[in-house]
Design a protein around this ligand. Sequence first.
Ligand code: SAM
Ligand code: SF4
Length: 332
Amino acid sequence: MHPYPSPQLEDSFGRRFPYLRLSILDACNFRCSYCLPNGYRAKDGRGKYLDVQEIQRLVSAFARLGMRKLRITGGEPSLRRDLPELISVAAEATGVENVGLTTNGATLHRHLNRWIDAGLTALNVSVDALCPERFERITGHAGLEMLLDAIDQALDSPLRSVKINAVLLRDLNDDQLPKWLEYLRDRNVTVRFIELMQTGDNLEYFQRHHYRAQVLESHLVKEGWQLLDRATDAGPAREYQHRDFRGRIGIIAPYSANFCAGCNRLRVTANGDLRLCLFGETGVPLRPLLQSDDQFSALQATLIRQLGLKRAGHSLHAGETGLIQHFASIGG
Ligand code: SAM
Ligand code: SF4
């Protein structure tokens, strides 16, 4: 039983929002070719990220309205020195049951235990290829071996969930499936293949490297992978299992029909703009309502009002990518 059963964040299509993705900075130390191919370039927003106190107020307001799972993302969230403090502020908010982190894992080997001690319960690590050269070509970063060792360490830790994200890229990693299968044979982990999404910055790249998740999914089904029932609070991934493998495979196919019908997430950018949809046209500045504890009711009222404006779905099929230039600006 939750201490605050109501009111709930609900939109005009009856969807509820127990899940918030909070970006804590837009900077990154990688140069993933589909996201920040030229590396991070600071804009005038630098240094204006929400601070610990603002995040505490934000998380409390969302949790009061039914948010149960917070995912911290970026840019690369591990670049913020106060990350452990942010994790513990989120973990201590009344009503929050899960605090997740999405990271490129470059410093996972050093920080994992601190993050767990602070209250982290779920970890998603991006690994776009299992061949070191390929990994470096896609991310601009060497060090795959150390990353894989750190993931094994995370799998042995008390974390409730460890997942790997890999973006599907034609001609760059579409030959990696045999290696992934080898990897999954004895590891209790889910690898989620994400279909590349078009953003404001990557049209040419998208046209060259977009690979339909459905192609992979059909292949997996032919090879005996079976779709698992979807939990009501599940994310957008369709998850498969196979009796010969300990690990599971998730497919995230944002271009598939019905992708938006199960939407259960909201997003807040690193400087406090609410984004009702990853590909939405508007950002609602929440920061002015995060300046004192007295603003709690006004903040909640704004969240409830904004939810009424959430649209049924994105228009990505029509190439409408909304405000998003690249995912580092909002956290995916
Ligand atoms: N830096 C962290 C990381 O890479 O895990 C967190 C932020 S990153 C923007 C979050 C996720 O978005 C990553 O798994 C990344 O692979 C994915 N992503 C970035 N750009 C994408 C795109 N255009 N299409 C699909 N996924 C994308
Ligand atoms: Fe950085 Fe993540 Fe974007 Fe790669 S996907 S450039 S690691 S923010």
